[in-house]
Design a binder for this molecule. Sequence first.
Ligand SMILES: N[C@@H](CCC[C@H](N)C(=O)O)C(=O)O
Length: 268
Amino acid sequence: MRFVKGHGTENDFVLLPDPEGRLDLPAPLVAKICDRRAGIGGDGVLHVVPTKLVPEVESQAAEAEWFMDYRNADGSLAEMCGNGVRVFARYLVDAGLAEPGEFGVATRAGVRKVRLGASGDVRVDMGRPVVSGESRTVLNGREYRGLRVSVGNPHLACVITDPVTELDLSAQPSFDRHDFPDGVNIELINPIGDHSVSMRVYERGSGETRSCGTGAVATAVAAAHAAGETEGVWSVRVLGGTLTITLDGRTSYLAGPADLVAAGDYHG
Ligand SMILES: N[C@@H](CCC[C@H](N)C(=O)O)C(=O)O
């Protein structure tokens, strides 16, 4: 099986190009590929498949030629992946499957418009984040409250005063199953300057990762809310780098680097 490895601020993915829509990806196979010792290793898989070949999203085919079929490291499906869609777009341009400029990518959360040059950062229109009240998590024996934010996928974004650098995120923080019946991605956030925050994340289906694009958007929404704002440009520092989020009241944009680092054949 051909693969390409890439990352966006060290949120890393195995891309599986499948122009004829032949790949079957049961959860155990995805988990094996993402295994960091016995597999290629990654926070998730980006299955690259023509939109028109996938009944679940074929209605998006007029706006987006390619479908980002995203899988978490444990093999579970997710609606959206912000860093993933940026790496996916970089792959399409690099492989000659799309022209630099602006184009749509189909996802389970709908079409996302990406903008990129032949090299450099990739920006994606992430749509309007939807806030639906508050919820809570318990982590290392401490309760943190935060905002429930949907960025296509579910997030609990908590602005906290305890230093995020000192948190132990080696295990799943608890959360309210009534608020998040399908699980949740949890962000812990410290303000560090003017429109600048530091964030760590525990991702549904992948555990702690070094970055999360949808999580960075949810983070900016929660930080803006805490500052009494709804619009603005936020810098979100994650373990793997820095992402820039723009909130304009109508939609949100995520921008940052996206790099392809290796390609080969998987024999597992
Ligand atoms: N790392 C991604 C989010 C991936 C999906 C998430 N784990 C979920 O299950 O919703 C990003 O960059 O947004």
